[in-house]
Design a binder for this molecule. Sequence first.
Ligand code: PLP
Length: 396
Amino acid sequence: MDTETRLVYMDHAATTAARADVVEAMVPYMTEQFGNPSSLYDVAKVSREAVARARDQVAASIGAEPDEIFFTSGGTESDNWALKGVAFAHRGKGNHIITSAVEHHAITHTCAWLESQGFAVTYLPVDGYGMVDPVDVEAAITPETILISVMMANNEVGTIQPVAAIGAIARKHGVLFHTDAVQAAGHIPIDVQAMHIDLLSLSGHKFHGPKGTGALYIRKGVQIDPLMHGGAQERGMRAGTENVPGIVGMGLALSLANAEMAEQTKRMTALRERLVSGLLAIPATRLNGHPTERLPNNVNVVFAYIEGESVLLLLNRRGIMASTGSACSSESGEPSPVLRACGVPNDMIHGSLRLTLGEETTEADVDYCVATVTEVVQRLRDLSPLTPAELRSTGN
Ligand code: PLP
């Protein structure tokens, strides 16, 4: 690393560091307050009460009742439970599920497995900004439809879906509505009542809580089969000794994120716009996702003529931690299904870069990213045989 390099973490959509106050609140539940919430002595009662407090915090953050919150091991488990649990509990009514082409693998791979079990899945298209049209949702409903699952905000391009409109349609047709709010929680307001949401997935490590923590909101009265069978924890719906420290950390992290949301949204949106305009000043660059209906911390661009992975490697050498936005692309070499669904042209689709800001991101970090990315893109374009002459540096 050269002397001008600074360390800039720009991958908050992948994960976040747990906040110091959150870690501090968790520690006692790993040490002196170690009791199993199911036990009957006093130390167990302390754990039980801590879990109940966290349940209240999570419920209050999304407009739910505490007994509608079920703790899980993360977003992946919550998504699997919502889809498989509803599919099998409602098999007698129908076998059709509606989702979108831009969901996280925790949804799409679960849907693929459900297809192998005899369920039929419709993958709705999105517009150029990655947005689902509620009209398409309504048109896809058949008498066999038992579940609609559309994410609240996209993990790659940050587009916020019209969840309230989709929820209203689902409710009108008597179809259950699940939303994967893993990227949205702690960043944009959520109200499960106003948005007509029946099931909602959360993940603690995306809002400065601990990894391996999550929750599924299940509206009272919704029929769903358990995913985990065993003990009677979580009112008999999710077996396994509760991750008390994790649950405590997740509850506190979500309530703190909600309390600070208005201020952080204002600050991060300004930084996001500064980053977007800096990056779009690079020629042959395009913004992915919706220009305004997007998460306050998400920037996703594509650069023509170069590979996103090469950009990442050079950025890493300059201390910038970022992503192409698509976890699968580095393994399979396949372009991101999300960018493909958004209609990103073939000659640009491999050149994506996702930068996701966090509460510690500063203006100086953003300016360093713009300057470094500009330099790196130019360097790679100078090396690429695909780059047209007018985009090469003078002298090359
Ligand atoms: N859903 C979305 C939209 C995500 O972004 C992620 C994680 O990246 C997940 C689900 C999976 O969450 P977890 O890492 O908690 O399993």
